[in-house]
Design a protein around this ligand. Structure first.
Ligand code: PLP
Length: 375
């Protein structure tokens, strides 16, 4: 049996090697390393895939979030609401910009931002909500969009883990993750569902004005060459990464289906065991399983991880510390106990290997090994 990894990028690459290598060689032959045709081709293909008006390729997912917030014209002291159980990037860019991150709790079942918690956090200074579609499943966007409209707030979706996931509104209308709010952001970090061979990211919007502004901001605030209309940054997707992504986008649905199949195998093995809570599936969102994350109930997590590691199986904790308890984000507004659901999750979650190349033999070995310890 092949060695089990959290993410097996090598096996995935082996299946598309010829097309990827040819794409990269093409960029080298043309030496169009920045803003080349590969980037515009990928941008167009992704716009079509997502059915969104504008895709703005940028340097990484964190920059995508920063550029999105820069384009909204927020001022120091403005409050931006984001969940406390997530990767640091959302709160980080808010803090970097001199805005005030306001963190809220999440739902135990879905790991996603809690609507009730958002409602309680809205003040006259609130300007935006940044929901994170954690682990590959959309947050409750219909309710979030309605709440944002009621309070005149922007919605910036963090779709770094959820590309390809589809949300269905009550009227039957469907939209891709990241294409529902004012702006959506994604990451092409290698291990993401659509990953490149380095750093990469993109911004999505249906708003022409915001799109033009974000394109300029990502390129030094430049609209006409060497004329700078606003303060910008330098954040571009390079052509070699776009060449890789152009090939992999053709397989994104297959990749997400393979993840779903692996998750279904895990679910079938664990369902009915009262010490293991399998991931809940929202009624209004598909799940692309960026991570397969269990909640343990009365199982010693450290012991389980050691048991798995001893058997050659990696396992990770996403995320072990909530944002409001991170050293860099300590302030007198928050203390331990403020967000009980998120804090409980940080103590009981465990993520198992999840990628596009898991074999049945590997999945069986993982589930058997988990159950050996859990019983
Ligand atoms: C990966 C990730 C990011 C950041 O993306 P980078 O490309 O690494 O900057 C932001 N938010 C979430 C939820 C992520 O998973």
């Amino acid at each position: 049996m092949k060695k089990i990894q959290m993410v097996d990028l090598r096996s995935q690459y082996d299946k598309i090697k010829d097309a990827v290598d040819a794409g990269i060689q093409d960029v080298i032959d043309n030496t169009a390393f920045i803003k080349g045709a590969k980037v515009t081709d990928f941008q167009r293909d992704l716009e079509n895939y997502l059915n969104v008006k504008h895709v703005i390729p940028v340097g990484n997912g964190t920059d995508a979030l920063q550029i999105a917030l820069m384009a909204l014209g927020l001022k120091p002291g403005d409050e931006v609401i984001t969940p406390t159980f997530t990767f640091i990037a959302t709160a980080e860019v808010v803090a970097l910009m001199g805005l005030t991150p306001v963190v809220v709790d999440v739902d135990f079942d879905t790991f996603n931002i809690s609507l009730e918690s958002v409602k309680r956090a809205i003040t006259p200074k609130t300007k935006a909500i940044v929901p994170v579609h954690l682990f590959g499943q959309n947050a409750d966007m219909e309710a979030i969009l309605a709440l944002a409209k009621e309070h005149n707030l922007f919605v910036v979706e963090d779709a770094c883990q959820s590309i390809g996931s589809v949300y269905t509104f009550k009227d039957g209308r469907q939209a891709h993750s990241g294409c529902m709010g004012d702006i959506g952001c994604t990451s092409f970090f290698p291990s993401k569902n659509l990953g490149c061979f380095g750093d990469g990211g993109a911004i999505f919007t249906n708003n022409d004005e915001l799109a033009a502004k974000m394109r300029a901001i990502s390129n030094h605030g430049m609209v006409v060459r060497y004329h700078h209309d606003m303060v910008g940054i330098n954040s571009r997707l390079d052509s070699i990464q776009a060449a890789v992504l152009g090939v992999k986008l053709n397989y994104l649905n297959d990749y997400n289906a393979a993840r779903f199949a692996a998750a279904s195998y895990y679910n079938a093995a664990f369902d009915g065991n009262d010490k293991i809570i399998t991931p809940a599936q929202s009624a209004n969102s598909t799940h692309v399983f960026h991570q397969y994350t269990l909640k343990l109930n009365g199982v010693n997590r450290a012991e389980l991880i050691k048991h798995l590691n001893d058997k050659g199986i990696p396992a990770m904790i996403y995320y072990p510390v909530c944002l409001h308890l991170q050293k860099a984000y300590q302030d007198d507004r928050y203390k331990a106990g403020d967000f009980p659901v998120a804090e409980k999750l940080s103590e009981c979650v465990i993520s198992l290997p999840m990628h596009t190349e898991l074999t049945e033999e590997q999945l069986k070995y993982v589930t058997t090994s988990v159950l050996e310890l859990v019983g």
